[in-house]
Design a binder for this molecule. Structure first.
Ligand code: HEM
Ligand code: FPP
Length: 300
């Protein structure tokens, strides 16, 4: 086992790092950290926060590696993913599995030992939800794959919250709901301009099974739902005016792009919509945090 790990060259380690989908995991960790900071009114326990952040990042990276391992044949058929080391055969399935399981084990050990058991089990369930339920069962079988599987991707802020408090609160579930309703517009925008890839790979993504018009309409409807859901923290008096302004402005731009896409479809517009989905979520979560600190500063 050790000889296999140490016999990997530097280039293979770099390739394995890419399999962890680092930019996706970065945003996942960002949302988890904001969940942690929102959960505590004052100074957070920095040691616990660090352990939770590294633990969640390791398990998320491991989930992404398993996804690449399971999908290596499919990935080889798609332009977007054909470069992956698992698809090209640059790293062996055994090495990928070993590194992924090591990251999973290390992440779980950190969460169990230095955070709390509930966070550890919820993170493990999230891992299984993405690496097994979404990747093996949902993705190849139903166009609703990301609507159901999106529950895994939506977990990070809730995991962050539970890491600091040991319990699931209404606000933690609201943060989950925000990412859950954000996932369909995020993914379907990409699936639209990558539909030829998905068709070639034989994956039943919504633009392949139901066409562009139905998909753009679905994006508009989910974006309306998302805008409504993002107003709930204000309705529940958990967030204030700064967040409200950000949610309205960011949501209005998302909805505008979605409506343009539905009115007059173009691949370039779908690409812009996808890119905006990532900026949108980053700024929305940043606004939640700024608003939280502004509230604390004004109270004292
Ligand atoms: C089941 C849920 C999700 C699906 C199916 C999905 C799908 C995808 C796909 C296929 C890409 C690759 C785009 C490319 O490289 O061409 C992507 C990119 C990305 N996704 Fe998601 N995503 C999901 C959830 C999430 C979540 C929860 C986050 C973060 C909170 C996220 C953040 C990102 C980011 C930051 C990128 C850009 C990566 C880059 O530029 O390399 N995604 N997503
Ligand atoms: C423990 C924890 C927090 C886990 C998080 C799980 C996780 C990594 C969720 C992100 C979802 C994601 C990268 C989807 C990509 O879709 P895809 O797999 O269909 O994309 P692909 O075609 O690029 O492989």
């Amino acid at each position: 086992m050790a000889s296999l790990t140490f016999s990997l060259h530097r280039q293979q380690w770099r390739a394995l790092w890419q399999l962890t989908k680092p930019r996706v995991v970065l945003l996942i960790v960002f949302c988890a950290v904001i969940g942690m900071l929102l959960a505590v009114p004052g100074q957070p326990d920095v040691g616990r926060m660090l352990a939770a952040t590294v633990g969640i990042a390791l398990v998320a990276g491991a989930a992404a590696m398993i996804n690449c391992l399971v999908e290596r044949t499919i990935d080889a058929r798609m332009h977007r993913t054909a470069w992956r080391a698992t698809a090209r055969g640059d790293v062996s399935p055994a090495a990928t599995l070993l590194v992924a399981l090591s990251a999973l084990g290390l992440g779980m050990a950190l969460l169990i030992g230095l955070v709390n058991a509930l966070t550890a089990w919820l993170t493990l369930a999230t891992f299984a939800g993405y690496a097994i339920v979404y990747t093996l069962l949902l993705k190849p079988n139903t166009p609703q794959n990301i609507v159901i599987g999106g529950a895994s991707g939506a977990m990070p802020p809730l995991l962050g919250w539970v890491a600091m408090t040991g319990e699931v609160s209404a606000m933690a579930m609201l943060l989950f709901l925000i990412i859950y309703t954000w996932t369909p517009p995020h993914f379907w925008a990409l699936a639209l301009y990558r539909r030829d890839d998905y068709q070639r790979a034989g994956l039943p993504m919504l633009p392949v099974t139901h066409g562009a018009r139905f998909t753009t309409l679905s994006i508009v409807l989910y974006t309306v739902l998302l805008l409504a859901v993002t107003l709930l923290p204000v309705a529940l008096r958990a967030s204030g005016a700064l967040y409200l302004l950000a949610a309205l402005l960011l949501g209005a731009r998302f909805l505008w792009l979605a409506a343009c896409l539905h009115r007059n479809y173009a691949d370039e517009l779908a690409r812009r919509c996808f890119r905006w989905s990532i900026h949108y979520l980053s700024w929305l979560f940043a606004a939640l945090l700024l608003d939280h600190y502004l509230f604390i500063a004004l109270r004292f």
